[in-house]
Design a protein around this ligand. Structure first.
Ligand code: ZN
Length: 87
């Protein structure tokens, strides 16, 4: 049973004990942890191990548009308009 590291491509030679196996396999070269699923000597699936999962982005980091930047959008035309005189 031979698989290839999904990170560095290193050939990992698993013994026959892995012909029916589901669990973590660590690459000897890059030390990456992969979750593999082997059935009847056939590789059925390979996923990144939990240690390699990217950390979730902090929810407080969503930037809100500053309101000061859009508060000056009012047109100055109203300042010059004179009220209609009844004269
Ligand atoms: Zn590797």
């Amino acid at each position: 049973m031979i698989i290839h590291c999904m990170y560095c491509g290193h050939t990992i030679d698993l013994s026959e004990a892995y012909d029916d196996y589901q669990g973590p396999v660590r690459c000897a070269v890059c030390k990456s942890l992969m979750m593999v699923r082997v059935e009847n000597g056939q590789l059925r699936g390979m996923d990144a191990g939990p240690a390699a999962a990217a950390p979730a982005a902090p929810k407080a980091a969503a930037p809100a548009a500053p309101k000061a930047a859009t508060a000056k959008a009012a047109p100055p035309a109203a300042l010059k308009a004179r009220p209609a005189s009844p004269d």
